[in-house]
Design a protein around this ligand. Structure first.
Ligand code: ZN
Length: 97
């Protein structure tokens, strides 16, 4: 049995819903300096970096500086993108092009 339903992480369950991609990294420690930054390890490619949720997003969704994109298979990354988009919808807005 492999349940992917993660227990509520520190920081509050409400926050977790808006930040689903935290579920795919492991928080190793709080980064020095605070500000909501963490040292994290990707559960898929084992890459380690420090930063906020926006860097986690860039790792999985691409298009960022400072963080390499995840090398997980494209199918998996597509699921992450959907999770991210669903979270935005729950928040009450949709990113339009
Ligand atoms: Zn990765």
């Amino acid at each position: 049995m492999s349940s992917s339903r993660a227990p509520a992480a520190e920081g509050g369950a409400g926050k977790l819903i808006l930040s689903p991609l935290w579920n795919h990294v492991e928080k190793i420690s709080k980064a020095p300096g605070g500000g909501g930054n963490y040292k994290v390890r990707c559960k898929f490619c084992s890459k380690i970096w420090s930063g906020s949720y926006s860097r986690v997003k860039k790792h999985f969704l691409g298009g960022g500086f400072g963080v390499k994109e995840c090398t997980a298979d494209p199918q998996t990354l597509k699921i992450f993108k959907t999770e991210h988009e669903n979270a935005l919808k729950r928040k009450g807005y949709v990113e339009c092009s």
